[in-house]
Design a protein around this ligand. Structure first.
Ligand code: 4AD
Ligand code: MG
Length: 429
């Protein structure tokens, strides 16, 4: 007997197969019973008939409950109307008859669902979100490898901050202190001198006290870094990468997008060039739209929301004031008060998904920035070294995977985009 996945049933019409799955729902009408099945590869319906089963089996089948795990021997049949394949059960064996399942059809509050996150992951929308997340990860690796990027694994335990000192998780490190990484950027910068184009992908940590729909304390970041590039080259790579990732989802996750009721029009726009405006232009537009943002201020989450609702495609906002950006960013050649940087904002109100910039590559200028920011020169001596031995113009960017998943799936909150979200008030399960 061949063991098959539900997604492959179409290849076995009229044949007998073995399928192992969970029962997501069931109903019976007298001498016939229907079990809805889920095996991780797809969904199917099993039909049990009292005439096909022994009396004992038919009696046993009545013990089924939601989330019961079962092995089924069945003949595969095409659904008379739909493009689905059904299982006409010849025999079955329960692995385990599930206890009463806490997640039901009724509307549960999000706190209850999050407390039961280990079970909630089985719900069809949650499955669709993780399938899409998986496609985005695969497509990211695919793009990077086709474009000569070498993966460099950055450390998670670090002696200093990368993105500002206020959002650091501090831990005891023997007789010393260590910090959980906020981004692998500084480390992978050292690898461009060996490999030219590099990236990392892993969990990063920010002690964000904010309770917004965009913030997690642990999230997955992809940092990319490239030698011999300028800001335009950098933005081109970001645009191609995002296009590649979103296209992969449109091609591979049609059913998942349908389950999520995602309007895919906005995603299909991705083939068109992304919009580009400067920070000054963005502030002007926002002021005209009624925001109270002042000249030279950072875009708040609300500003990003209203701004990106105006655009039908991702939007680069470039050249933020240097004083609101990180110490490592190079200044604009024409205007020293501006950082040579860009944020990529996702449309439909989603906001920032990528931060990127040209890096300061001059030793003395970088040292001055470190001093201005009151960072310790000793902590960054190795980073300064990179500007002593064959320094080159270089830059890179980092995306937050959960923000991209939220946008592509069309869901409001990043907490559903990661299997086990960590926020200021959630560490369990
Ligand atoms: O803009 P950020 O802070 O940039 C950096 O960390 C750079 N070192 C990246 C680089 O140039 N290599 O963070 C990058 C991205 C943001 O655009 C956002 O998508 C995501 O990380 N992000 C968060 N996602 C979820 N929760 C949070 N608390 C996040 N903070 C940033
Ligand atoms: Mg940023």
């Amino acid at each position: 007997m061949e063991k098959v996945f539900i997604r492959d049933l179409e290849k076995f019409v009229d044949k007998e197969v073995e399928v192992s799955a969970w029962v997501t729902n069931f109903r019976s009408s007298g001498k016939i019973a229907f079990w809805q099945l889920r095996d991780g590869s797809g969904f199917s319906q099993a039909i049990l008939s009292s005439t096909d089963l022994s009396d004992d089996k038919w009696e046993e089948s009545k013990k089924v409950s939601i989330e019961t795990s079962v092995k089924i021997i069945a003949k595969v049949a095409k659904h008379p109307k739909k493009d689905e394949y059904e299982l006409q059960v010849k025999d079955f064996e329960f692995y385990q008859i599930a206890d009463e399942y806490p997640i039901g059809k009724k509307d549960h509050g999000v706190d209850f669902l999050m407390d039961n996150r280990h079970l909630w992951l089985r719900s069809s929308k949650q499955i669709a979100i993780q399938k899409i997340r998986n496609t985005l990860i695969q497509a990211n690796y695919d793009y990077m490898s086709k474009n000569s990027f070498t993966k460099i694994d950055a450390p998670i335990l670090t002696p200093n901050a990368c993105e500002g000192t206020t959002e650091l998780f501090e831990i005891d490190y023997f007789d010393d202190k260590a910090y959980l990484s906020q981004s692998g950027q500084l480390y992978i910068e050292s690898a461009i001198f060996a490999h030219n184009r590099v990236f990392d992908f892993g969990p990063v940590f920010r002690a964000e006290k904010s309770k917004t729909r965009r913030h997690l304390t642990e999230f997955w970041m992809m940092d990319a870094e490239m030698a011999f590039i300028d800001l335009d080259d950098n933005m081109n790579v970001q645009e191609e990468l995002i296009r590649h990732m979103v296209t992969a989802v449109l091609e591979n996750n049609k059913a998942d997008l349908e389950i999520l009721e995602r309007d895919t029009k906005a995603l299909e726009n991705i083939i068109k060039p992304f919009h580009k405006i400067t920070h000054v232009e963005a502030v002007k537009m926002l002021q005209d739209m009624g925001s109270d943002i002042k000249d030279g201020e950072d875009l708040g989450a609300d500003d990003e929301t209203i701004l990106t609702k105006k655009f039908d495609n991702p939007l680069f906002v470039t050249h933020y004031p240097a004083k609101i950006k990180s110490f490592y960013m190079k200044r604009n050649a024409k205007d020293d008060s501006l950082a040579e940087c860009s944020d990529l904002l996702a449309p439909e109100g989603y906001g920032e998904i990528i931060g990127g910039s040209q890096r300061e590559d001059d030793y003395d200028t970088l040292l001055q920035r470190i001093k201005e920011e009151k960072l310790s020169q000793e902590d960054f001596d190795w980073y300064l070294d990179l500007r002593k031995y064959g320094s080159v113009p270089h830059g890179g960017f980092g995306f937050g995977l959960e923000r991209i998943v939220a946008w592509v799936c069309g869901i409001q909150h990043v907490r559903e985009t990661i299997p086990f979200p960590r926020t200021i008030n959630r560490l369990k399960p």
